[in-house]
Design a binder for this molecule. Structure first.
Ligand code: AMP
Length: 190
């Protein structure tokens, strides 16, 4: 299996690169943010619990996310591999992912970390907010999400770096320029 974790600050292009990776490598795309937005739209108990946290730019609890993730992995037994987008965002989630994939005899092939300059992240998120309809694409919440990323998600990058699985791709330029780097990284971990 080819299992890729794509990480990076909000607005770093994880979703855009994931869409291209899915087409190129035939992976199942699991975006925890998209899953949560679907739960909110459907009015489920998970959606109700997550809605205000997302609007405030905070993370939803690990146990909720991990159990949603487990359902997705178990629900795709024939997958050639997965791309995990926006997950793991805490070290507890990263450890849970390792054991979940271990249970099916697999592992994380590599973690792609998308690096984008801070001011460009804010500019991209504000632009996205004009059309995304997302409650969290406004300046106040963007700042909180970037704080949460620095405090809770940077340790995840460290976790993968220390286990030799983290690879960086710069994404200050075009989508194609970024994908050229991403493709080199993925092909070298096949
Ligand atoms: P995203 O679409 O990945 O930017 O996620 C939007 C929001 O959903 C985040 O700001 C969090 O509130 C929540 N969220 C998404 N993925 C996770 C996760 N792995 N752990 C906790 N909260 C998450």
């Amino acid at each position: 299996m080819l299992n890729i974790v794509i990480s990076g600050a909000p607005g770093s292009g994880k979703g855009t690169q994931s869409d291209i990776i899915v087409k190129e490598y035939g992976l199942v795309h699991i975006s925890t943010g998209d899953m949560l937005r679907a739960e909110i739209k459907a009015g489920t108990a998970n959606g109700k619990a997550a809605e205000s946290l997302i609007a405030e730019g905070k993370l939803v609890p690990d146990d909720m996310i991990i159990s949603m993730l487990r359902d997705q992995v178990k629900g795709n037994p024939d997958a050639r591999g997965f791309i995990f987008d926006g997950f793991p965002r805490t070290v507890a989630q990263a450890e849970a992912l390792d054991s979940m994939l271990g249970e099916i005899g697999s592992k994380v092939s590599c973690m792609l970390c998308m690096d984008v300059d801070h001011d460009l992240l804010i500019e991209r998120l504000l632009n996205r907010g004009k059309t995304s309809g997302r409650a969290d694409d406004n300046l106040e919440t963007i700042r909180k999400r970037l704080d949460v990323y620095n405090t809770q998600t940077l340790p995840v990058i460290k976790f993968y770096t220390e286990s030799g699985r983290c690879r960086h791709a710069a994404n200050n330029g075009t989508v194609d320029e970024c994908f050229a780097q991403v493709k080199r990284i993925i092909d070298s971990s096949l």
